[in-house]
Write a protein that binds this ligand. Structure first.
Ligand SMILES: Nc1ncnc2c1ncn2[C@@H]1O[C@H](COP(=O)(O)OP(=O)(O)OP(=O)(O)O)[C@@H](O)[C@H]1O
Ligand SMILES: [Mg+2]
Length: 212
């Protein structure tokens, strides 16, 4: 059986990742494909437990290194228990965030730099890469406004300062520039349907499939 494809959605808070994962999953299912929607941190029992440590509590409770280690521990659980078995079974896997978020948030946002994140990636993930990464890009203010409209208070990351969010936006753009074969940047400032059309166009072009 052909392996499934692994597509990751990246971008800052409120960029529309979860919304677009759902819409692309529906479009792919419409073509008869089996699709798994998953997320990071999380996506398996152990990884969801680690997620709780990351999204709740004081903004400063972990330093950048500890945070990166927790994210990669969760990622290992997610890959081994959810992503790899699904791909082997021919299921397409759409992940709401993956390793580029760790590079952007801990590498660029927390100034850890790319080196330690790349080393952890090699240890935990090895040669495996997403088939396609869609980076949803929009101005920081607009994203935080969207995220704030969705729920009260905001999680631990949403409460970090504006400079942090700007660094991670630039981090995502830098990642895309460095790996153009895997990553595409999508202007996420338009309406939901407009962004969905742009997502489908990139999937069709990069993965050579038909979508309605
Ligand atoms: N293109 C869009 N235009 C306007 N509002 C949008 C758009 N896409 C999503 N939204 C709304 O903005 C909010 C955030 O969207 P969503 O939850 O999909 O973003 P996210 O990137 O998953 O956020 P987070 O990083 O916080 O998980 C939601 O209320 C959603 O309905
Ligand atoms: Mg989301």
């Amino acid at each position: 059986m052909a392996k499934g494809k692994f597509i990751t959605f990246e971008g800052g808070e409120g960029a529309g990742k979860s919304t677009q994962v759902g819409l692309l999953a529906a479009a792919l299912r419409g073509t008869g494909r089996r699709v798994l929607e998953t997320r990071e941190p999380g996506g398996s029992k152990g990884a969801e437990q680690i997620r709780e440590l990351l999204v709740h509590g004081e903004v400063g409770r972990w330093d950048g290194t500890t945070e990166a280690l927790l994210h990669f521990a969760a990622r290992r659980e997610h890959l081994v228990h959810t992503v790899f078995p699904a791909l082997e079974a021919g299921t397409w896997v759409l992940s709401d965030r993956f390793a580029d978020s760790t590079m952007a948030y801990q590498g660029y946002g927390h100034d850890l730099g790319p080196g330690p994140i790349e080393a952890l990636y090699a240890l935990v993930v090895g040669e495996f890469r997403p088939d396609l990464t869609l980076i949803l890009d929009l101005p920081v203010d607009q994203g935080l406004r969207r995220a704030a409209g969705r729920r009260e208070g905001g999680d631990r990351y949403e409460r970090m300062n504006g400079g942090f969010h700007e660094r991670l936006r630039q981090g995502f753009l830098e990642i895309a520039r460095g790996d153009p074969a895997r990553c595409v940047v999508i202007d996420a400032s338009g309406g939901v349907e407009q962004v969905h059309k742009a997502v489908c166009a990139k999937v069709i072009r990069h993965l050579g499939i038909d979508l309605p």
